[in-house]
Design a protein. Structure first.
Length: 219
């Protein structure tokens, strides 16, 4: 049996790691998250785009751990707010705000707004310690709900209404969300190519030379 490839999901967000892990569970990989390792330096997500942040997280973490890493950067963009919160989605209500506080802040800003159009965007980056990386991205369009509905998912899911299913993301099962969400769509594209991705990882991982210590020879 071929050895399983270790793949680290660069997050401590249990909801996000569960979604990604669930979509890749049929492949010969050993999924790990940052919680499986000791303290590592925090990556400053100061990129101007989701692509920049995803690549920075993946490549930095891969170099630190010496393992292939998948990272995503995603966010909610609201038309009437000129694309906010965008790359600041996770920090929209402050660095230590809860999901409920972020949703509440956005709902307050959307009060009396008639244009409720919004979209989630996701960029996935898979990197190896050498710095080489692959990128996948996707988008899901919907509306900002009038109030939070549902208890599944995480982040802005309770206030993101998806018209084709007539539910918020927080009302969807993980399987339903995996089929239609921004992250799910990006992951589906990745899954279609994942056999090739595993080959790419194998070809680009550094090979460490095995040294044998013979000791000092006696005359």
């Amino acid at each position: 049996m071929a050895p399983r490839t270790n793949l680290v999901i660069a997050t401590r967000n249990k909801g996000k790691s569960a979604e990604i892990g669930d979509l890749l569970k049929s492949y010969p990989i050993e999924i790990k998250t940052l919680d499986d390792f000791g303290p590592i330096p925090t990556v400053e997500e100061d990129g101007k785009t989701f692509d920049e942040n995803a690549h920075k997280k993946a490549s930095f973490t891969a170099r630190v751990l010496g393992l292939p890493v998948i990272a995503d950067d995603s966010g909610l963009m609201v038309d009437v707010l000129d694309g906010a919160p965008g790359v600041f989605s996770a920090r929209y209500a402050g660095a230590n705000a809860t999901d409920q506080e972020r949703c509440a802040k956005l709902l307050a800003e959307m009060r009396r707004k008639t244009n409720r159009k919004a979209a989630f965007e996701c960029v996935l980056s898979i990197a190896v310690p050498s710095g080489a990386a692959l990128t996948y991205e996707a988008r899901c369009e919907g509306l900002i709900a009038e109030k939070a509905v549902g208890f599944n998912g995480f982040g802005y899911d309770p206030i993101f209404y998806y018209p084709p299913l007539r539910k918020t993301f927080a009302e969807l099962t993980r399987q339903e969300k995996g089929r239609v969400s921004h992250r799910g769509r990006a992951m589906q594209t990745l899954k279609r190519e994942f056999d090739k991705v595993l080959i790419w990882i194998d070809q680009n991982m550094p090979v460490f030379e095995k040294l044998t210590y013979k000791g000092e020879e006696n005359d």
